[in-house]
Design a protein around this ligand. Structure first.
Ligand code: EPZ
Length: 420
């Protein structure tokens, strides 16, 4: 049975909401269990659908996953199975591609279909992963509906990413840890999840330098040990809640357990649009703002303005005075949700798949909505919280892929939201 959210909008919000561990950090650490005989303990794991799928993948590949409660789990290799990544799981989340390198470098072969995930780009290619593995000596076969990679032993290599890729950087950095010799990765992504992953790999015995800069060097080692990994707070969740509180613009909302320093680009926008906020060391306070002024935003790789916050920011701009140009540079399907916002009463002109112009402020009205993907989904939840009347949101699996117990947590700060 599909579940839905029923939201009655225009309720004042106030109180404190805690940020969970970062989805996009958690999903990259689980596959490391394939590269060691020792247990890996992961702390601050968010209880979300994408993490459940990754845990199912580990179990399918012969690992025990012990849920210890309170966001902690322990993973250990039991009877590791090699060669095939299960298609039904690979189809459900794009980070399944993180399992490819660890299997290839430890088993010499891996066979998998094209990974699934949010439909936010025409194809969401994996060419840079495949080219990287080929540079490291793998034979790459593109079959009709799948890929087969073989490599008796991967060799260190010089790899330049033609385009900045987050998971591509993480995948090749991880795999190179067990390759022979040195790997140099150039034009790497610099998202905070990358130095976090490198820090843990180094704890396991890897030799990585430069993570968090455009050049990462990895000296291959013979084996890796286990250890404990503390997942960093989810900067996208923190930024989303900050935008949500600013857009509803009613009471004082504290966003706790977060790293405000990971969101510099958002604070620069808040300064320009007039959001009243205060940053603490690990918290953000959003106060009611007198007037929100329109300001365009251009998405960019970290430390620029995150594409994962664009949809929420677009909703904020429907409440701002004036015109704002939203320029989505990373994906070509992430602005399509603007059509749904328009149905709710927003005044948005789509210039092309990468640019839309929001004319605000406009009143929004509750509607029946089906959400297309995770970040558009949370943006429409924000729109529903602002809107007059009742909104029904279908297909909330997409939201639950990335936000733990969302209805419960928003209710605690005053939202009228039910999951049925
Ligand atoms: C990560 O996706 C995040 N996902 C995304 O979060 C995020 O939107 C994205 O980075 C950009 O910040 C995870 O970390 C699990 P990319 P990723 O490779 O790594 C193109 C969310 O909602 N590309 O940096 O898959 C690609 O199509 C999400 O949490 C190639 O052309 O993104 C895109 O245009 C969804 N070839 C650009 O590069 C490749 O081989 C950047 O993508 C790989 C990517």
């Amino acid at each position: 049975m599909q579940q839905k959210f029923i939201i009655n909008g225009q309720k004042p919000l106030a109180g404190s909401i805690k940020v969970k561990g970062a989805k996009n950090a958690a999903l990259k650490v689980f596959p490391l269990a394939l590269m060691t005989d020792e247990p890996i303990r992961v702390v601050n794991v968010p209880d979300i659908e994408d993490c459940h799928r990754a845990q199912e993948m580990l179990a399918a590949l012969g690992h025990s996953v012990k849920i210890l409660g309170d966001g902690q789990m322990e993973i250990q290799r039991q009877n590791k199975t090699c060669l095939n990544l299960p298609a039904d799981l690979v189809n459900k989340f794009r980070s399944s591609v993180m399992f490819v390198g660890p299997l290839l470098v430890t088993c010499g072969e891996v066979h998998f279909p094209h990974p699934g995930g949010c439909v936010i780009g025409a194809t969401r290619p994996i060419d840079m992963f495949l080219d990287g593995f080929a540079k490291m000596g793998a034979r790459v076969e593109r079959l009709e509906n799948s890929y087969r990679l073989t490599a008796p032993k991967l060799q260190g290599a010089f790899i330049f990413f033609p385009k900045v890729t987050v998971t591509g950087t993480e995948s090749l950095m991880t795999t190179a840890c067990l390759a022979q010799g040195e790997t140099v990765l150039e034009n790497c992504a610099m998202e905070p999840e990358i130095p976090a992953l490198a820090g843990f790999l180094n704890k396991m015995g890897a030799k990585i330098t430069g993570a968090g800069t455009p050049t990462i060097k990895i000296a291959g080692v013979k084996k890796l040990g286990g250890g404990e990994y503390q997942i960093i707070p989810d900067r996208i969740e923190a930024g989303t809640f900050a935008i949500l509180a600013a857009a509803v613009n009613s009471g004082e909302v504290v966003i706790a357990n977060c790293e405000p320093k990971h969101l510099g680009a958002l604070w620069a926008l808040f300064d320009r649009v007039g959001v009243n906020y205060k940053l603490g060391k690990n918290s953000i306070k959003i106060f009611p703002s007198a007037k929100i002024i329109a300001e365009g935003a251009v998405t960019h790789e970290y430390p620029g303005f995150a594409t994962d916050l664009q949809s929420a920011y677009t909703v904020l701009m429907t409440q701002a005075h004036g015109l704002s140009l939203i320029h989505e540079t990373i994906y070509d399907r992430r602005l399509l949700f603007c059509d749904t916002l328009t149905q709710m009463g927003a005044n948005i002109i789509m210039a092309d798949p990468h640019r839309s112009v929001v004319n605000g402020p406009t009143k929004l009205y509750g509607r029946k909505l089906v959400i297309p993907d995770l970040r558009a989904g949370i943006a429409l939840v924000i729109a529903a919280l602002i809107a007059k009347g009742k909104t029904e949101i279908d297909n909330i699996y997409q939201i639950e892929r990335g936000y733990e117990k969302l209805a419960e947590r928003l209710k605690n700060i005053g939202a009228d939201i039910e999951k049925i």
